[in-house]
Design a protein. Sequence first.
Length: 290
Amino acid sequence: MGRNCCLNQTDGASGTDSQNHSSESSLPTSPRNMDDIPEAIREAADMQTNQRSPKVWLVGGTVVGIFALGAGMIWAVWPLSAPESPTASSNQSSPETVASPSPQPKNTITTQPKADGTLLGHHPYEEAPQEDLVPVVADGSVLLRAAAAEKFLQMQKAARADGVYLVPLSGFRSIEDQQYLFFEVKAQRGQVTTERAEVSAPPGYSEHHTGYAIDIGDADAPATNVTQKFENTTAFAWLQEHASKYQFELSFPKDSQQVSYEPWHWRFVGNRHSLETFYQSRQSPPAAEQ
């Protein structure tokens, strides 16, 4: 009995302390115990407390929701309204375009032909038909018109009989061949147009197009080929004395105007067509009709 009485007293004290703590946490501090407050008043107080709590949570939740909504709107709008960085702006802006001069077409001559048809001291010539060309060397790399080829081979044979060996270096050239020799070699040597024209004809203006012209070398002095030093060779001396017998003449002698002296360059003028090709175009144009 004594032990049970003590336990009951302890439990009763604990219940009372629990009720006191619960009252202190939910109601304003009061000097009176809950047992001293009438039951009706306690129920009214509990009802007021229960009614006050939902309002607090509702108001608090509304404020938090409005704040979250506002923050979300600001976050969504900010990238659109934020000013562009200087780097982005500079990348988007294109530099001002400066007009550059139009490049000159490659492999063209800006100088216009003169009234007599010449260009840079050279006369215009048409290409010989392929069917009119025959080789004067075994590998077929040097071609001449048939009439010129026949006479050159006769001349070469006569020179050999005199102990002189004439070497055919270049004969017929197409306009395409001459295009390379004029423009590409000019660029390789760093020559201006007028300088190049002194030693090479522009395409369409070379005697080699006709199939009547030939460059000749000396087999005993190959270092002089296509140079003015060729005039010091035995072959050149022989040509000066005998070439006219075979209807060949020097195309560009020392006194030629605008074109450099070329002792290696000879042309055939042994028939009407070859004569008209080289001389008819050089005659003065007829006077204009009144």
